[in-house]
Design a protein around this ligand. Structure first.
Ligand SMILES: NC(=O)C1=CN([C@@H]2O[C@H](COP(=O)(O)OP(=O)(O)OC[C@H]3O[C@@H](n4cnc5c(N)ncnc54)[C@H](OP(=O)(O)O)[C@@H]3O)[C@@H](O)[C@H]2O)C=CC1
Ligand SMILES: CC(=O)N[C@@H](CCC(=O)OP(=O)(O)O)C(=O)O
Length: 314
């Protein structure tokens, strides 16, 4: 018998990408709400009751509203920012801690990590857990993303025939240091202060590069980039979605394109730089490990299935 899945926000960017990952799977049946009831609270709650898992692919306020009304037995995976640092919800990053998979599997309320936050946490958590950096290390992070990260509205803005010139070049935002992912970045890594964070959106559809800058002399354990690479390989050794990469400057031509993993669900980590100044870099798809791929990975765990089922990991 197939698991019944309801996607609230099924016509949105993240909702559609979740459905794509179910193509060819006969263990999953997607429940469809009639178009005219797509925003009807009672009809949506009925669909949630019929489901084994409900995905919320909604703006934050709509997620809060429906999750606040749903009965506790309904199993919810929320892709929005609304519940990520809420103690009643489990953070949907299986790689976060040794017991995180078990917590995800047994919970009825799982919050999928933010796209920028995913890369930052994947890069910084090992530094803190392994005692390589102190919790008060002054982290700086910049993150470049494709415009699908901004959902339907931003996709329409970038696709508009009469769009302004500003859209032609990368645009930095979050300038007052108030980005909505800062809270989860701090909470999940247990660092004292959130990073100075520079998100940048650019004129390509999807894919991300998240970079954390390190000064070796400020680390507690003064490891070189080669030593850090070995530590990261050990740390993420058993993780099917995380790949710690060797980088060849000659074959790669010295570049790291942000869109290379578009349509993939894996996350690559690079550790580059020189003796003193080191870059930790995560590359993935904002719609893959940054949203829909991560959501499906969590769903698999909640249902007791192999976590990579239906994911694109090549
Ligand atoms: N895009 C990305 O890369 C990522 C997105 N997220 C998060 O995932 C969530 C969904 O984002 P995304 O898919 O990009 O957004 P979209 O704007 O593409 O889609 C949101 C969907 O929700 C629907 N919706 C809005 N309000 C309601 C409501 N009250 N009741 C029912 N449906 C409603 C919209 O309907 P309509 O079609 O009528 O507008 C739309 O289909 C957001 O919280 C976002 O921040 C997280 C990580 C990455
Ligand atoms: C390009 C762009 O605008 N991206 C969004 C991130 C989308 C996302 O991850 O939002 P959630 O917190 O809901 O997961 C932003 O930075 O606000």
């Amino acid at each position: 018998m197939a698991y019944k899945i309801y996607i609230d926000g099924q016509e949105g960017t993240t909702g559609l990408k979740i459905q794509e990952r179910f193509h060819g799977r006969n263990d999953v049946e997607v429940l469809k709400i009639p178009e005219e009831y797509r925003k009807d609270q009672d009809a949506r709650l009925e669909m949630m009751k019929l489901s084994d898992i409900t995905f919320l692919c909604l703006p934050d306020a709509a997620s809060r509203e429906i999750a606040g009304t749903a009965e506790p037995y309904i199993r919810i995976l929320d892709t929005s920012t609304a519940h990520r640092t809420n103690a009643d919800w489990v953070y949907g990053m299986p790689e976060l801690n040794p017991d995180q998979r078990a917590r995800i599997q047994s919970s009825n309320r799982v919050s999928v990590p933010g796209c920028h936050a995913t890369g930052f946490i994947m890069l910084v958590k090992p530094l803190i857990s392994l005692g390589i950096a102190d919790r008060d290390y002054p982290f700086i992070c910049h993150s470049i993303t494709g415009y699908s990260g901004g959902g339907k509205n931003m996709i329409a803005q970038y696709g508009a025939a009469n769009r302004g010139e500003d859209y032609n070049s990368p645009r930095q935002y979050g300038l007052p240091q108030n980005h909505k992912h800062l809270a989860e970045m701090r909470a999940m890594t247990e660092i004292k202060e959130p990073p100075v964070f520079h998100p940048i959106v650019a004129d390509y559809y999807s894919g991300m590069l998240v970079t954390v800058s390190l000064h070796r002399r400020l680390l507690k354990k003064k490891l070189t980039s080669e030593e850090l690479l070995r530590e990261f390989k050990d740390y993420y050794n058993d993780q099917p979605v995380i790949h710690i990469m060797d980088y060849d400057y000659e074959t790669e031509d010295g570049f790291l394109p942000a869109g290379k993993l578009s349509d993939s669900d894996k996350l690559e980590i690079y550790i580059l730089g020189q003796e003193e100044r080191i870059s930790l870099i995560a590359r993935y798809d904002n719609l893959g490990k940054g949203a829909s791929g991560a959501a499906v990975q969590c769903m698999n765990i909640m249902l007791g299935l192999p976590e990579e089922t239906g994911l694109q990991l090549k």
